[in-house]
Every structure is written in structure tokens, then in C-alpha cells.
Ligand binder design. Structure first.
Ligand code: NAP
Length: 452
């Protein structure tokens, strides 16, 4: 397994993959540890989870650099990612006990209540785009709930995968309660089939989700799937345009456009179209592409060349089909996998930029005549992850937000994950929820206890 810096094409380090025997040994050790861990109290787990947040804060420069060199995002975003991981650790340290407290229920019994018990070892299959955050938002609630975790991370971020294991070890967690397995996706089926693995969470693409869910289905194991998105960003006639345009660029360009909840389809009413196109293009053109380790760079590298090529194909095909290119539309003229911030307008049904997820710095503007058509277009997607809607009429905006088929809608703001709010999708964006009290309850045995 090779870690290659996408900004320079240099080999960072080669890692030896775990064998099937080693993987089974790791799962056995994690299972044995979890049986002890589940008997520990919340106070103990809370103390360790706070220490994990401390380890993240203390090593922020080291871990942020690792993220940046392995997957190419700009260093300031990597630092923000580490801070957010510390936040989610603290959030579940503070709230897990409350979220999982027994729920008394009045029945005909002398006493009846619902208890939330750990289920055992959970497999996490994770992507490279937020290589720390995606893992921590699973691991913090899972460990606080008394579960164990085994991680199969994306093959291009093995250093991050091992560093996450290190965070928990440095914090004083038992060595085997959270383990990283360096394996290719071919071995994932065998891990799911291992009887000691009780459930699976996957964040990644639709094909990966389908494969993992079908194996887990055959094994009757629960899954949570956080998959792709093609989030609508709706601009209505009464939107505050300057604020909306500035946010539109941020919402599209975070992580060089490689975010599941990045705004991808900009659905703009005709009265705002010309100004929106002009102002968004101006911002996109002004963003400095550069060395991701340089704090002044605004656009880093894409994570891999095959992903850049796939994105470019979607752009070229959309142009062939009639989309108008306002800026960018090609690989940047420098070594590494940098793609120019791109704006396409006149995007229509049938074009890749309309139908598919564009996982990179490409904005697709879809003109519509009014709010009704905007909602129809927003829902005309196989995905349903997040969405953003801009209008000064908050009552109308709220009513429209309820009609958007996604797991979240942000009004006059960009879609973002927040430990306090549930996160997840509908349709082909997956199912189940992470974060908030909903997330921690995905992997527990919700158990009724009835006493005569
Ligand atoms: P990916 O190719 O699906 O990889 C995600 C993870 O799944 C990696 O660990 C990968 O391992 C593994 N994997 C791939 N194919 C598999 C299979 N057939 N069986 C088992 N495991 C498999 O996705 P990606 O390119 O890393 O990430 C981009 C996608 O993730 C986008 O669609 C994005 O929207 C989505 N995403 C969703 C969320 C969310 O919360 N909804 C968040 C972030 C990203 P290898 O690396 O070894 O192939």
C-alpha cells in the first residue's frame, strides 16, 4: 500500500498490508477487549475521550501535515479538520451518558424501561476526503457507547489510518479497542463475514455502499451508509446575492470540491442568473491554486489522478452537450493533480454535471424560472444528502426546505456537519445517521426490560 503525495506525485511511504490471518487476529483481540470495555463506566470513557481530544490538539501540526501530504487538501483545512475531531470527542464525552441513559416507559409492569447496550465490534470502511473527521465521527460515539472499532481506511491514506489508532493509544485507551487494518477493499467481505464483527458503517461511493450492504445483508448485519451527494444550492429572486455568492464558492470549493456535502448544483432563478454567474466566476478565478502546505494557498490538489480525469470527462461531456464554460475546465498547468476552479452554466438534464456527482472544483449552474421549478430540479436527483436555499423570506424558505428530499437543508448558509445535528442522507446518498443522539444510537442494542 503506497502513500503518494498528490501535489508532487512523490512516494511518501510504502506500507505492508495486513494478511487475512493478521486481520482475524486483530478482530479477535478487539472483540476480547470490547467485552471488558463494555463493563467500564461512562466516567472512565469520558476521561479517555477528553484525553483523545487533548492528543489531537497537541499534535495538530503533525496530523494536519499528514492529511495534507497524503490527500492534498490545503493545510488550513487540515488543521480545521483536526480541531473538529477534538470537538466531536468532547461532544460525545460530555453527552454520551445522557444520550444512552435508561428510558423509563409506563406499561402494565411494575417497572419497564429501555436500555441502550453496546453491540460489540463495528467495522468502519472510510474514505480519504476527510481522513480524520470521517473516522472520528464514527469512533467517538462508538467507543463512548462501549463498542470496539476496526477501521479499513481508504488505500491512499494509510499514514492517517495508523495515526488515528495512535491518537487513541496515546490517550490511554486499551490497545485493542480501536484498531486499524491496512487492507485493500477485496478483504472487506471477509471482515464483514467474521462472526465477531456485528455491524458495518461505510462512508464512500455508491458502488462501495452497494457491495458492503449486500454482503452485510447476506450476513444479517446492520449497516449505516453515508454515500455520495449532488447537493442543490438554490438561489431565489429575493436572495441576498453578495452573501449568497460568496458562500456558494466556499460551499463548492471546500477540500478542492471533494466533499460529499459540497454544493454541486447551483439552481438559480432567471432574475438572479446573470449576476450570480458573473460574481461566482470572479470569485472562482481569484482562488489561488498552490502548494497545499503553503498557508496562502486556497485550492489544493485533488486526491488522485484517476479522480481528476473522471471529473474532467464529466466537464468535457457536459460542454459537448451544450453547457457553457465560464472559467477553468482543465487540469492546472503545473505538476500534481490540480484542477482549475471551474464554472459551467446552462447545465441541463441529461448532462453529467446535472445527473452525476462531480467530486472536484466544478460548479454547475442550472437556470430555472421560479421557486417551483427550483424545487423540482433540486429533487430531480438520485441523491439526497444536503441542500442550501437562499431567500430573505424565511417563512417561505422554511416551507420550501420541507419539500427538498435530502437529509439536511440549510437556509441562507452552507451545508455543514455539526456534532449536535444528525447527518446522513436519503435515496442513493445512503441511510442511517451519524452525529447527535441519533448517531450514537445506531450501533446499540435498544433493549426493553420489563419487571412484573
Ligand atoms: P470509495 O472509492 O467508495 O472508497 C471509500 C472506502 O470504501 C475506501 O476505504 C475504499 O477502499 C472502500 N471501498 C471501495 N470499494 C469497496 C468495495 N467494493 N468493497 C468494500 N470497500 C470498498 O469512495 P472515495 O472515492 O474514497 O470517496 C468519495 C465518495 O465518498 C464520494 O461519492 C463522496 O460523496 C462519498 N462521501 C460521502 C460522505 C457522506 O458522509 N455521505 C462523506 C465523504 C465522502 P479503497 O481505498 O481501498 O478502495
Amino acid at each position: 500500500m503506497k502513500a503518494i503525495n498528490p501535489a508532487t506525485d512523490e512516494l511518501i511511504k510504502e506500507y505492508t498490508e495486513h494478511t487475512v490471518e493478521q486481520v482475524n487476529e486483530i478482530i479477535g483481540l478487539t472483540d476480547a477487549e470490547q467485552k471488558k470495555w463494555r463493563t467500564t463506566g461512562f466516567a472512565h470513557r469520558r476521561e479517555l475521550m477528553y484525553k483523545a481530544a487533548g492528543v489531537l490538539h497537541k499534535n495538530i501540526d503533525k496530523y494536519a501535515r499528514l492529511i495534507t501530504i497524503e490527500m492534498g487538501k490545503v493545510i488550513n483545512e487540515s488543521k480545521a479538520e483536526i480541531e473538529k475531531c477534538a470537538w466531536v470527542c468532547e461532544y460525545y464525552a460530555d453527552n454520551a451518558e445522557k444520550f444512552l441513559a435508561d428510558e423509563m416507559v409506563e406499561t402494565d409492569a411494575g417497572k419497564s424501561f429501555v436500555a441502550f447496550e453496546p453491540i460489540g465490534v463495528v467495522l468502519a470502511v472510510m474514505p480519504w476526503n476527510f481522513p480524520f473527521w470521517q473516522v472520528f465521527r464514527f469512533a467517538a460515539p462508538a467507543l463512548m457507547a462501549g463498542n470496539g472499532g476496526v477501521l479499513k481506511h481508504a488505500s491512499n491514506v494509510p499514514g492517517c489510518a495508523l495515526a488515528i489508532e495512535e491518537v487513541f493509544h496515546k490517550a490511554g485507551f486499551p490497545k485493542n479497542i480501536f484498531r486499524t487494518m491496512l487492507i485493500s477493499s477485496k478483504l472487506v467481505g471477509g471482515v464483514i463475514e467474521n462472526p465477531l464483527v456485528r455491524a458495518v458503517t461505510l462512508t464512500g461511493s455508491e458502488p462501495a455502499g452497494m457491495s458492503v450492504a449486500s454482503i452485510a445483508g447476506r450476513e444479517l448485519k446492520k449497516t449505516v451508509l453515508e454515500l455520495g451527494g449532488s447537493d442543490p444550492f438554490i438561489v431565489l429572486e429575493d436572495a441576498d446575492l453578495p452573501a449568497c455568492v460568496a458562500t456558494s464558492a466556499t460551499a463548492r470549493m471546500i477540500n478542492a470540491g471533494q466533499s460529499c456535502i459540497a454544493a454541486k448544483r447551483f439552481i438559480v432563478v432567471e432574475s438572479q442568473l446573470a449576476e450570480f454567474e458573473k460574481q461566482q466566476t470572479a470569485i472562482m478565478k481569484s482562488l489561488k491554486i498552490g502548494d497545499p502546505l503553503d498557508e496562502s494557498s486556497k485550492v489544493g490538489a485533488m486526491a488522485r489522478m484517476d479522480l481528476l480525469e473522471e471529473l474532467d470527462e464529466q466537464v468535457q461531456k457536459s460542454i459537448e452537450m451544450g453547457a457553457k464554460l465560464l472559467c477553468g475546465g482543465k487540469k492546472a498547468d503545473r505538476p500534481g493533480t490540480f484542477y482549475e476552479p471551474t464554472v459551467l452554466t446552462n447545465v441541463k438534464k441529461g448532462m453529467p454535471a446535472y445527473e452525476q456527482e462531480t467530486f472536484g472544483p466544478v460548479s454547475a449552474i442550472i437556470p430555472v424560472k421560479d421557486a417551483e421549478e427550483a424545487i423540482t430540479v433540486a429533487n430531480d436527483s438520485v441523491f439526497g444528502l444536503g441542500g442550501s436555499l437562499w431567500s430573505k423570506d424565511l417563512k417561505k424558505a422554511e416551507a420550501l426546505a420541507r419539500r427538498i428530499e435530502t437529509g439536511a437543508v440549510f437556509i441562507n448558509g452552507m451545508t455543514k456537519s455539526d456534532p449536535r445535528l444528525p447527518f446522513g442522507g436519503v435515496k442513493k446518498s445512503g441511510y442511517g445517521r451519524e452525529l447527535s443522539h441519533y448517531g450514537i444510537k445506531e450501533f446499540v442494542n435498544i433493549k426493553s426490560i420489563w419487571i412484573a
